[in-house]
Design a protein around this ligand. Sequence first.
Ligand SMILES: [Zn+2]
Length: 436
Amino acid sequence: MNTVDTLIHARWVIPVTDGDPVLDHHSIAVHDGRIVAILPTEQARAKYQGHIENEYHSHAIIPGLINAHTHASMSLFRGIADDLPLMDWLNNHIWPAEQQWVNEEFIHDGSELAIAEMLRSGTTCFNDMYFFPNITARVARDAGIRACVGLIVIDFPTVWANNADEYIEKGLDLRDKFRSDALIHTPFAPHAPYTVSDEPLKRLRVLSDEMDLPVHIHLHETMAEVELAVNSTGMRPLKRLEELGLISPNLVAVHMTQLNDDEIKLLAEAGSHVVHCPESNLKLASGYCPVQKLIDAGINVALGTDGAASNNDHNMIGEMHTAALTGKCVANDASALSASQTLRMATINGAKALGLDSQTGSLEAGKYADMVAIDFNSLELSPVYNPVSHLVYSCGREQVTDVWVAGKHLLKERALTTLDEHKIISKVQAWNDKIE
Ligand SMILES: [Zn+2]
């Protein structure tokens, strides 16, 4: 008999591995934060003994969801400006509100709110881009969630830095501080081609090549962005990034609603990644990312919610639902974006985009135990012929009961174990009163 830290017995284990298996009555043995084995429950009971042993009789255990594009602390701007197109929304509402309110305390409280919301909807890793990434990193580490805290770069001055060089220096400093932290990763995050000029982009390209770090950037979000770039530079933004040498396996391009066939070919050949944010794109009427076309071309497509000011939530279960339905509509094909394909986008594909697929993104021996339990014992999820179908087409985030990151139980029967829900709500209420 082998003793492990945690032994979990589940009705279904959905590991999101090759062939998309659904394992009936399986168990997961976890030790030192990592998955040791996944095996039939009968065999697990004979082979392993857990310091903690939990039964999930009516649950599916899935890999933790990976939200591949967020601006976490914008959660404090949830619902502040709706029903507007991107540039009006940014120029006349979001940027002025950021100028007035964003400071270290705002980032701290907003990050906590977002992380609490993410954990309660089954997200175990998020890829962020915002000011004061040092604070978001600290909040994430204290909460125990895995985070890619983007080293943001913009040309113009903000509360975080005064110019592109200072953004980069502060980012590299932050990277050094969290280098030995297994939960915190630090990709580069230049905001967008229209807010970052050639010189800093060239510098990021060199740094990203040297350090093998992802470059997370908003790209081809709207037709207006592309038209504006063509008018001012004579090139589409993707072409400009190609000339700067940024189209590579490290590119994590967010949105991509405007793509022609040559550009799809370019991304596929380079091994670049795309993050699809369907709800943000729908809400801002930005356009549609041709997801099935990208997948057919061999491009890795991950899924993200974007910030809570344009979505307006961090609910990856809802995002899967929207992605699958709009993906079919855009492809004019009901077989496009199948349930299992969509679940891959929300898990292993996110891990691949962030360079973390050897650590997380699927349930396999050797990987971190980043896992989510979803309870299927409800009227809304009955009957169950195919649990993967339910995850994408029927499930709500309320059905997430338990979440682990690196084996640590962060959500226990819907209660947060490292964050104080009531304290968070009262701090958010204070911001609500102030901003109002
Ligand atoms: Zn965004």
